[in-house]
Design a protein around this ligand. Structure first.
Ligand SMILES: N[C@@H](CCC(=O)N[C@@H](CS)C(=O)NCC(=O)O)C(=O)O
Length: 210
């Protein structure tokens, strides 16, 4: 499989960490949307990352749809979102809060990155940042309950909720440093440190330079 994108994108990174956890081999084709739009467009008409090319040449877009297909391919023993029932609903809810937190951090970041300085609307940035803190605050409460060895959604092994929650936290921390997320949310910070030390995460590191 070939994963198109880079690990500054939390959507790409959550797919990469999931592939690592499920033991599925892939090659990363490092592309940045805003630097190489034409190359990305060859694979994805939306010109977005992640894009995943399966071994049979089929192209998947959107991280949630990619992860859903990977779960199907992995089967019930290895999939990262339980197949049914209350456990599935809870993992999906916690995952959605993680995705929302990364989206809101991205929106706050894009406002400053893509608008001319005089058009940047600070209240909009603050609105998005409040949502980041709300979402990650919810995950912080779950991390407190998870303790030193549990998982965010109370599963017996790592789930998509943990991968997306930690990837969302680490992304928000990296691109919104003024929010001082680690200080505000110590349980989530500790949980993320524990997860980021695992090979499945450290093999897909956030780049230090953009
Ligand atoms: N909902 C999409 C979001 C993907 C996304 O926003 N990717 C960013 C990179 S972090 C991107 O491609 N941005 C370019 C754009 O949307 O114009 C997913 O989950 O895959």
């Amino acid at each position: 499989m070939k994963l198109i994108g880079n690990y500054l994108s939390p959507y790409v990174r959550r797919v990469a960490v999931s592939l690592n956890e499920m033991g599925m081999a892939f090659e990363l084709e490092q592309l940045q949307v805003f630097r190489s739009p034409d190359e990305v467009r060859q694979y994805n008409p939306l010109v977005r990352i992640p894009t995943l090319i399966l071994d049979n040449g089929e192209v998947l877009v959107e991280s949630y749809a990619i992860l859903d297909e990977l779960d199907q391919m992995a089967g019930s023993e290895t999939c990262l979102t339980p197949l049914s029932g209350s456990e599935r609903r809870h993992v999906m809810k916690v995952t959605a809060v993680g995705v929302g937190s990364m989206e809101k951090a991205q929106w706050a970041f894009y406002e400053g990155r893509f608008r001319p300085e005089e058009k940047v609307h600070k209240p909009w940035i603050e609105h998005n940042e409040e949502q980041v803190l709300g979402g990650l605050g919810y995950l912080n409460n779950l991390a407190e309950k998870a303790g030193d060895s549990g998982w965010l959604a109370g599963t017996e092994r790592v789930s998509q909720a943990d991968i997306t929650g930690v990837v969302g936290y680490s992304f928000a921390k990296a691109i919104r440093p003024t929010l001082e997320i680690a200080t505000r949310l110590p349980y989530l910070a500790g949980f993320a440190d524990r997860c980021e030390a695992l090979e499945i995460f450290s093999d897909a590191p956030i780049p230090t330079q953009q």
